[in-house]
Ligand binder design. Structure first.
Ligand code: PGA
Length: 229
């Protein structure tokens, strides 16, 4: 199975020209042996039609296919546009947009019904970790979900902080996730860079990369680490 490497650009970049340049540069990276999925903001998805080596994902979708939901983008629209993957339940959606497990579960079901591959993000906050609640959080976030998912273990305190999770601790979480949800695969995310990617790829079948995916040279270095070159 090829390693799954997700580039989550979040709300970057801020212009069509910059997005186009970054999409072309990502396409040119040596990625044989990996399945690379680029998740740009919705407004740049139209620029991804040039991609051949890289698959396309969205960073979110609605829980319904169509209707009176101002500002939403539906999984049906994404599928029709040629999008293959969608990230759901990212901690930034949970914390800044109040998405709870119920909403996230509805989104997951609707995305799966439309034939999208779902990357479901789970992980504990720093406080939950300090209180020894990591296992409970993972149990809760994965309850009621079917096994047809890619689960990204992303400790919230490691996202965008430069404080990546100790690989042994991350592996413990992976084993628990596999036991609870029997997912298609478990990937790791949270301050991944070319120096630590090797620590995670030995026990996870992929990586979810935020900040380091915006720096195309650094992203290329991570791909090299994953490919063992
Ligand atoms: P980061 O983001 O790599 O910048 O920590 C990870 C993510 O988007 O989940």
């Amino acid at each position: 199975m090829k390693s799954l490497i997700i580039a989550n650009w979040k709300m970057n970049p801020t212009s069509q020209d910059e997005a186009e340049r970054m999409i072309i540069e990502t396409e040119r990276l040596e990625s044989e042996g990996c399945e690379v999925v680029l998740c740009p903001p919705f407004v740049f998805l139209n620029k991804t039609t040039i991609l051949k080596n890289v698959k396309v994902g969205a960073q979110n979708c609605s829980f319904d296919d169509a209707g009176p939901f101002t500002g939403e983008i539906s999984p049906k629209m994404l599928k029709e546009m040629g999008v293959d993957y969608v990230i759901l339940g990212h901690s930034e959606r949970r914390s800044s947009f109040n998405e709870d497990d119920n909403i996230i579960n509805r989104k997951v079901q609707q995305a799966l019904r439309n034939g999208l591959s779902v990357i479901l993000c789970v992980g504990e906050t720093e406080k939950e970790r300090e209180e020894g609640k990591t296992d409970d959080v993972l149990q809760r976030q994965l309850a009621k979900l079917n096994s047809n998912l890619i689960v990204a273990y992303e400790p919230v305190w490691a996202i965008g902080s430069g404080r990546s999770c100790d690989p042994k601790t991350a592996e413990k979480a992976r084993l628990l996730i596999e036991k609870i949800a029997k997912p298609k695969r478990v990937i790791y995310g949270g301050s991944v860079n070319s120096s630590n990617a090797g620590d995670y790829i030995s026990s996870f079948s992929g990586l979810l990369i935020g900040g380091s995916s915006l720096d195309i040279i650094e992203f290329g270095k991570i791909l090299k680490v994953v490919q063992g070159v």
